[in-house]
Design a protein around this ligand. Sequence first.
Ligand code: B12
Length: 348
Amino acid sequence: MTAATAPVDPSHAFADFLACLEEADEYGAIEVATGLLDAGVPAERVLLDLVVPAQIEVGERWARNEWSVAQEHAATHISERVVAAIAGYADPRPTRGRIVVACMDGEWHALPPRLVAEVLRLRGWQVTFLGASVPAAHLVSYLHRHDAYAVALACALPMRLPYAHRMIEACRRSDVPVVVGGRGFGVDGRWARRLGVAWAADAPGAADLVADERALRRVPPADLSHLADHEYAGLVKRRSELIDSAVAELRARVPSVEDYTSAQWDATVGDLGYIVDSLAAAVYVDDPVLFTDFVAWLVTILASRGVPDTAVASTLGHYGHALRDFPRAGRFVALGAAATVATGGVRH
Ligand code: B12
């Protein structure tokens, strides 16, 4: 792909761009993007109509096991370079206050908030992008030192919501208005509402929100009275024990796991932990949908890697038994088990 052949229509450019990501053709990808800019397509549109859908497609291909983790990493790296090239090309000068954009602690999806950061920059804000996994205490001391007008926090994984909430509260104590976004808050931002924080669906939404300080601060308070049952705290306390007992149960039920490679064990133990973390997050926001969505996603991911849905169902059976003193979590686990059947049923 050369600049001379780069098409002007973003929908055509999309296919070319994706092909460059597939072949790890960094220079070709940059040429497609800058070709659009040269043709007069605004930088914001190139970010949102080219890079965003391409990254979403990258995720779908990884999820279907069509692309390896290495291919996904290469593609994401190229998208990051493309975003930098678009930012360099547009080179806007700030005329408005400083907005700090950061990922929640433990959150490694830095590209989505980077896209948000660039759109805010294009709209005239002075943006400081802190990148992936910023510890809450460091973020807060940064906000103190640099006179931030607002902070935009990203969370891509719903299982990280309890940590997200702690971070939001820490920023609030510094009296800096917070806007959050990312898939972690649910497609319609329902879990942001539960946590009592302003939410934007996408980068333009975030730009509109920060331009209206009253709207940013006028958010109904968090609705977390259900935490009084201490189930969330109990789940966090029992996390390691639950995972260890699930491993022991798996060994007893499926003797062939003894032949697992260390990479297979890592993945299995990781998944067992994700199940507990998603359950805990669902209990935190008191929404079983968070957990059933996660279970459906896990069943689909594992199926594309040859693992039967009964594997997840058996582990949920084990967790359900271990958590019989946790009525709310137990109900969510039962709904999760039903979701394995529904998801498996769709496939067969
Ligand atoms: C690249 C990628 C990674 C990279 C991230 C590198 C980087 N520099 O960003 C790496 C390899 C680190 C990674 C790791 C993991 N990932 Co990942 N990843 C992706 C992928 C393919 C693309 C992310 C992206 O750039 N999307 C494009 C953006 C622009 O889209 P978006 O997130 O929807 O963002 C829009 C809005 O949500 C909003 N928005 C987003 N952020 C913010 C922030 C603010 C403040 C605001 C206002 C708005 C906003 O605006 C955006 C533009 O409109 C996605 C697939 C996908 N569909 O997104 C999976 C995906 C997010 N990852 C996923 C998973 C599961 C993981 C891992 C758990 C995998 C594993 N087993 O290790 C780990 C978790 C690591 C961690 N603790 O954070 C799942 C999440 C599924 C779920 N339901 O929870 C996804 C959806 C893949 C999939 N299809 O299954 N991942």
